[in-house]
Design a protein around this ligand. Structure first.
Ligand code: NAD
Ligand code: ZN
Ligand code: ZN
Length: 337
């Protein structure tokens, strides 16, 4: 099969022919049609994080396609079903996290396109228990970004503690952020969208942001505190440390700062303010299987729609170059034939 393979960290992808995966018990083989490109894929091939990706690597954790084969013991899915393979590739199913509906915290988990090969390929195999069905009324390209950008931001908003009518701030209107703001609107929140590029803020306005702020021109936290008295929740999906501190400074007393973006940096926060303001700082990692199902339903209902740019798999190096330089508005989805 054809795949985009990173042979080592910081090496360009080569489009090469590799062996088609062979399925074992509990697994399905998916003929991939489309796969979104997440900034996480860039972190993976750059070796940005303390825990490194496997190498060589086929990235991709927004791969969607059609099931071509199922193992004999698989009864929940059949050949021809349309499914997607998310970041949470598998978990143990038995630990305290798995048993309490927090399989995203399982220490035995595997991650698509990171610890196992992912969706930048014509085929990808996966455990049947961890894939999700693509709603009938969505194309593969439309559905792909929901498998990471969608479920991740939906979950972050869920854990933020914000309720309908509350103000939330989204820092970083990229692949995740432009979808985050649509979930936020659909959940009844009022939204401040913050980015450092005007084209991203223009998209945010089109997608229903109530206020947009260019963090290069004004201090967003100061503006948010002055005009709104702070937000109930600030979600940072940017990839720079500065945005996280600004997100923290945007929160009102009793509110929360949800940390989602993953720059390899610390988040220095003042203990005094955190204590006296009763501010919560919480990390949020993708979403569970039920979160994914719910996130997909929002998309199926037309409440959330990724702004997608479709590119052939062969253009993957160019896409990564643009992603690194902030030159993508929305999400690039690689089409794979
Ligand atoms: P992206 O590159 O598409 O978007 C990042 C956005 O941040 C861009 O629009 C950029 O202009 C904006 N930005 C940069 N500096 C900023 C600043 N100072 N203030 C405001 N905005 C700023 O990336 P993405 O695919 O949306 O991913 C974002 C991050 O989220 C990555 O670090 C990725 O690894 C991480 N991520 C985390 C999870 C999770 O489960 N926690 C899941 C997926 C992705
Ligand atoms: Zn992702
Ligand atoms: Zn587990």
């Amino acid at each position: 099969m054809k795949a985009a393979v990173a042979s080592d960290f910081n090496e360009p992808f080569k489009i090469t022919v590799v062996d088609k995966p062979e399925i074992g018990p509990g697994e399905i083989l998916v003929r991939i049609k489309a796969c979104g490109v997440c900034h996480t894929d860039l972190h993976a091939v750059q070796g940005d994080w303390p825990v490194k990706a496997k190498m060589p690597l086929i990235p991709g954790h927004e791969g969607v396609g059609i099931i071509e084969a199922v193992a004999d013991d698989v009864t929940s899915l059949k050949v021809g079903d349309r499914v997607g393979i998310p970041w949470l590739y598998s978990a143990c199913g038995e630990c305290e996290y798995c048993l309490s509906g927090w399989e995203t915290l399982c220490k035995q988990q595997l991650n698509a396109g990171y610890s196992v090969d992912g969706g930048f390929a014509q085929y990808c195999k996966a455990p049947a228990a961890y894939v999700a069905k693509v709603p009938d009324n969505l194309t593969f390209e439309e559905a792909a970004p929901i498998f990471c950008a969608g479920v991740t931001t939906y979950k972050a908003l869920k854990v933020s503690g914000a309720k309908a009518g509350d103000w939330v701030a989204i820092y970083g209107i990229g692949g995740l952020g432009h979808i985050a703001l649509q979930y936020a609107k659909a959940m009844g929140f009022k939204v401040v969208a913050v980015d450092i590029q005007d084209d991203k803020l223009h998209l945010a306005k089109q997608l229903g942001a109530d206020i947009t702020v260019n963090g290069m021109q004004v201090d967003p936290a100061q503006k948010i505190q002055e005009e709104l008295g702070g937000v109930k929740a600030a979600i940072s999906v940017a990839v720079t440390q500065r945005a996280f501190r600004q997100a923290y400074d945007s929160v009102k007393r009793g509110g929360s700062c949800v940390v989602v973006g993953l720059p390899n940096a610390d988040l220095p926060i003042p203990i005094f303010d955190t204590v006296l303001n009763g501010v919560k700082v919480l990390g949020s990692i993708v979403g569970t299987r039920i979160d994914l199902k719910e996130a997909l339903q929002f998309a199926a209902d037309g409440k959330v729609k990724a702004n997608i740019e479709v590119q052939p798999l062969e253009n993957v190096n160019d896409v990564f170059e643009r992603l690194e330089h902030g030159a993508i508005n929305g999400r690039v989805v690689l089409s794979i034939d």
